[in-house]
Design a protein around this ligand. Structure first.
Ligand code: UD1
Length: 416
């Protein structure tokens, strides 16, 4: 299993390019299942999660061709609308094939994802929505079996704001008979990017980015070309890395417009954040000020940035209160940060983090994707060397992480 060795103490400076967004690419690649014509995607990040999804699509009969960050998918010959447990267990986002498969083929068998490190993460809202659209859905032997001659437009209301739930139902509704209205829809930029792609494929969608999305079903979608939006979480992660080291960094191919809540907190922490046309420059003070935060659905502070902000608060001046409201078990990084010398206390879904003058390098274990990012950020300022074990989580979601960090001056090495 690969490990990363990081020697702390370097002030990051320079420029790096941000990759395409993992969480936009995953649903958008699944959208190719909605048409028999080839669809081409550009700015697709080279990540393990993307590789897993492409393998899953291939198993279904999708022809995949890949050239650098361009991926073309041809779902004209799909003959197996099944997502096996073996695939879904390695990546929960595989559930995103459910909506498109039922919409185009009238049936699907998709393994239930099961729990994961950060919480139970059920998919009941995805199922409830498809049922409201007329599908017969049974959960048997760990699989969701959905069947319907043709989905019908319906008014859908989800109990909570769910990102992949909104995406699955929006894709399903594209080929349904009549109009579907999704109320309490997720407003995340990735939902908007998916809607833009679907519209380019001939779908009729309005309201994406707001909490009511209307989709008028059409008989068929067609091929298109779509560029994946920049990864706002990768962007935020590098901004935090720059901030904690007192650095001066420019990240390109991205924009502050997807990151208002995060940029606000970085400025509260004492950083200067300058939004340019297609880039963001961050200049950090020698020591950050603590920032309290509460995670919530977009446009509020993203849960996917909570762990990284715990790391910067660990060495900031003051005490921060961090409330996690989306996932029930998303403080796994806290105990690992304590191994590096962080002074923090967890009480239910709240973390109290008292900034210390310095952290010390140690061996720590990555437990999930964003937890791993927080350990890397902390390691950048820890005295001496930190070994981050189990970094396969990082490879799921950060493209060429050590290369990008090294380009900013960090001393990072991968041990295979
Ligand atoms: C997506 C993101 C993930 C991010 C999360 C929250 C992708 C591929 N992943 O995950 O990085 O952390 O949004 O911003 O885009 N829930 C239910 N029933 C459901 C669906 C969700 O109870 O049917 C609950 C979840 O357990 C969670 C909350 O709703 O507590 C929000 O989850 P959701 O927005 O669905 O997260 P994902 O789409 O899985």
């Amino acid at each position: 299993m690969d490990k990363l060795l990081i020697e702390g103490g370097v002030r990051l400076s320079g420029e790096i390019a941000i990759s395409g967004a993992k969480n936009a690419a995953l649903p958008i690649l699944c959208a190719a299942l909605l048409t028999s014509e080839p669809v081409t995607f550009t700015n697709v990040p080279r990540l393990n999660d993307i590789g897993t999804l492409l393998r899953l699509l291939e198993q279904m009969g999708v022809k995949v061709s890949r050239d650098g960050d361009t991926v073309t998918l041809d779902a004209g010959g799909v003959n197996n609308p099944v997502a096996s447990y073996e695939m879904v267990k390695t990546m929960r986002a595989s559930i995103l094939v459910l909506g498109p498969l039922v919409a185009r083929f009238g049936e699907a068998q998709v393994s239930l994802p099961g729990g994961c490190a950060i919480g139970a993460r059920p998919v009941d809202q995805h199922i409830k929505g498809l049922q409201a659209m007329g599908a017969e859905v049974k959960v048997e032997h760990g699989y969701v079996h959905a069947k319907v001659p043709k989905l019908k437009g319906a008014r859908l209301f989800t109990d909570m704001v769910t990102v992949t739930g909104t995406e699955n139902l929006m894709m399903a509704a594209c080929l349904a008979d009549g109009e579907t209205v999704i109320e309490n829809a997720a407003r995340e930029p990735e939902v908007v990017d998916l809607a833009n792609c679907l519209v380019a494929m001939g779908a009729q969608i309005s309201g994406a980015g707001g909490d009511v999305i209307r989709i008028k079903g059409v008989p068929a979608l067609h091929g298109a070309t779509h560029r994946i939006m920049p990864d706002r979480i990768e962007t935020g992660t590098y901004l935090c890395a720059a901030a904690i080291t007192g650095g001066d960094v420019r990240v390109t191919g991205t924009s502050t417009c997807y990151l208002d809540a995060v940029v606000d907190k970085l400025m509260d922490a004492g950083c200067e954040v300058i939004g340019e046309r297609d880039a963001i420059r961050l200049k950090a003070p020698a020591r950050l000020t603590s920032v309290s935060l509460r995670t919530a659905p977009y446009p509020a502070f993203p849960t996917d940035m909570q762990a990284q902000f715990m790391a910067i608060n660990a060495v900031a001046n003051g005490t921060a209160v961090i409330r996690e409201t989306i996932f029930e078990n998303r403080f796994m990084h806290a105990v690992e940060l304590q191994r590096l010398g962080a002074d923090l206390r967890i009480d239910g879904n709240t973390a109290f983090v008292k900034g210390v003058e310095r952290l010390q390098g140690a061996t720590v274990m990555a437990t999930d994707l964003r937890a791993s990012a927080s350990l890397i950020i902390a390691a950048l300022v820890a005295e001496g060397e930190t070994t981050v074990d189990r970094i396969y989580h990082l490879d799921r979601g950060y493209e060429r992480l050590e290369e990008k960090l090294s380009a900013l001056g960090a001393r990072v090495r991968r041990i295979r």
